[in-house]
Design a protein around this ligand. Structure first.
Ligand code: ZN
Length: 272
């Protein structure tokens, strides 16, 4: 499943092709993904100039000079293909630019989504209304975390996965960041000291930035005909490494399952 860093590198890859481009055709090839695709999406985007590309949580946004923004979510299996040799049955949206480039949104499982809304209405887009700050943004600080977690008895891991606390963090990155910060995932969120919250904010930024850098090098490989954007592999410290050596203390990494999700941590390095 694409996580925040994959969406970020996807948006950067799309920007190489789309920033400033005029869309000569935009064609949805089915009526829905997880939700219906707006019926006028192709018409409103065709002929428009792309003015801006950015990311919010795990959504990619493409703004045009007409005051519309295309919002895409990659779901479980979505990816953009740049200049695909031929259009396949899982390519659900195909865009061409005046410069002769083609982009196809490919999503075999169709858990992704496509919306087109007025850029002015973004603050009231339902998926964005309850989102916390961006983890790589200036608002996400130890002071902010101390404030929002104050008095909360929920485990810190659950609090960080709650999108109202911080936007776009998934299970992998939360496990990795808690390991770097030396915090037991079960620690009550409101009990963590300010210095440890400072370490946690730094660790969250580090794991995301490392992953974006890893995807960045892949992107250069992918930014070519028949390339794809959206996925890369990364060596994790604890995630998916049950029983293997902790990179810090060499002790065995532990896996626990809670509400259907796996938590990986190091019992020696991570304390309440
Ligand atoms: Zn350890």
């Amino acid at each position: 499943m694409p996580e925040l860093p994959e969406v970020e590198t996807t948006v950067r890859g799309l920007a190489e092709v789309l920033d400033g481009a005029i869309l000569s055709s935009v064609v949805p090839r089915r009526a829905d993904l997880r939700r219906p695709i707006p019926v006028d999406l192709g018409q409103r985007l065709t002929g428009a100039r792309v003015t801006e590309l950015w990311r919010r949580a795990k959504y990619g946004l493409i703004g045009t000079h007409r005051g519309d923004t295309l919002i895409f979510h990659l779901g479980m299996s979505g990816r953009w293909r740049i200049d695909p040799g031929e259009i396949g049955k899982h390519d659900h949206l195909v865009m061409t630019t005046e410069a002769g480039r083609t982009l196809a949104l490919n999503d075999p499982r169709r858990f992704g989504s496509l919306d087109l809304i007025a850029t002015d209405a973004l603050p009231v887009y339902p998926a964005f209304m309850a989102l916390g700050p961006e983890p790589l943004g200036a608002e996400f600080t130890a002071e902010y975390l101390a404030d929002i977690l104050s008095g909360k008895a929920a485990p810190i891991k659950a609090a960080l996965l709650d999108q109202r606390t911080v936007a776009g963090l998934g299970n992998i990155y939360v496990c990795e960041a808690l390991h770097i910060a030396g915090i037991d995932p079960r620690s009550p969120a409101g009990s963590i000291s300010r210095p440890r919250l400072t370490a946690l904010v730094a660790a969250i930024r580090q794991v995301l930035e490392d992953a974006i850098r890893a995807g960045g090098s892949t992107l250069r490989d992918y930014a070519r005909p028949d390339g794809e954007l959206g996925y890369f592999s990364k060596q994790w410290r604890v995630y998916g490494r049950e029983g293997q050596a902790c990179p810090a203390c060499q002790g065995p990494i532990r896996r626990r399952v809670d509400s259907g999700r796996s938590t990986f941590d190091c019992p020696s390095c991570q304390k309440r």
